[in-house]
Write a protein that binds this ligand. Structure first.
Ligand SMILES: Nc1nc2c(ncn2[C@@H]2O[C@H](COP(=O)(O)OP(=O)(O)O)[C@@H](O)[C@H]2O)c(=O)[nH]1
Ligand SMILES: [Mg+2]
Length: 216
């Protein structure tokens, strides 16, 4: 992707990659482990982050979050009300976070105070795929309410992430979705090299397995 202006050409993705590397090194220098949660609108990213953070806090792990959204502070408010320290990060118009926005958010966090940073990306299954943020893990969250064809329709984000999560398995029957269909699509796409984790953030099912997969 190139943006051409008179006398100036910027390779946006290359520059993003450079800043992502800086973010990674910055967080590592403070001993921080980080996860980028990508996924559709309403898949349960906020709910899952809150649940994961609750469990980590109970183990004495210090967690904070970056709430990425186009506008507003709804998810930021939910994080804070749940007891999870957070920074709000609005993109304004963009459909994804980028490394520079994350760098600015990290500058608002006292990195010595935390062990883990969870980043909630802007909700969609397309744009975030291209923009690494400098995290240890990239995770894609989908849910049963989106139907059984998300993996077939959005190859890139599943290929660009380390693990996938299918949330809302508690209502799979009610919405007529067979999680096995999604798991089979994922296995076919990734050649069985990566795992898809089934969970219900609401019912606290499968959440411990996700923590283990993230080494947390
Ligand atoms: N039944 C069910 N609902 C869930 C689950 N996780 C989230 N939700 C609901 O799904 C809606 C969207 O969740 P949210 O966390 O805001 O999704 P986000 O847009 O991906 O951050 C909210 O009404 C949640 O209460 C789950 O595991 N099961
Ligand atoms: Mg959210």
């Amino acid at each position: 992707m190139h943006i051409v202006q008179p006398g100036m050409e910027i390779d946006v993705l290359k520059e993003n990659g450079r800043i992502a590397n800086e973010n990674y090194r910055l967080m590592k220098s403070h001993g921080i482990k980080s996860v980028d949660f990508m996924g559709s609108i309403g898949a349960g990213k906020t709910a899952l982050i809150i649940k994961l953070a609750e469990k980590l806090r109970a183990k004495g792990v210090r967690v904070c979050a970056i709430a990425g959204d186009v506008t507003g502070a709804d998810d930021y408010g939910r994080f804070e009300r749940s007891g999870l320290a957070a920074v709000n990060c609005n993109t304004g118009h963009e459909c994804h976070l980028d490394a520079n926005l994350v760098r600015k958010s990290l500058s608002k966090i006292d990195l010595d105070e935390y062990d883990v940073v969870f980043i909630e990306n802007v909700g969609n299954l397309v744009c975030p795929a291209d923009f690494a943020l400098g995290t240890d893990y990239r995770v894609v969250v989908i849910s049963t309410t989106e139907g059984d064809d998300m993996v077939r329709k959005h190859h890139d984000i599943f290929l660009h992430s380390d693990i996938a999560i299918l949330n809302k398995i508690d209502i799979a029957d009610a919405v007529g979705v067979d999680p096995k269909v999604i798991a089979d699509d994922y296995r076919k796409l990734t050649g069985g090299l990566k795992e898809i984790y089934m969970c219900s953030a609401r019912k606290d099912e499968g959440v411990d397995e996700i923590l283990a997969a993230l080494g947390l």
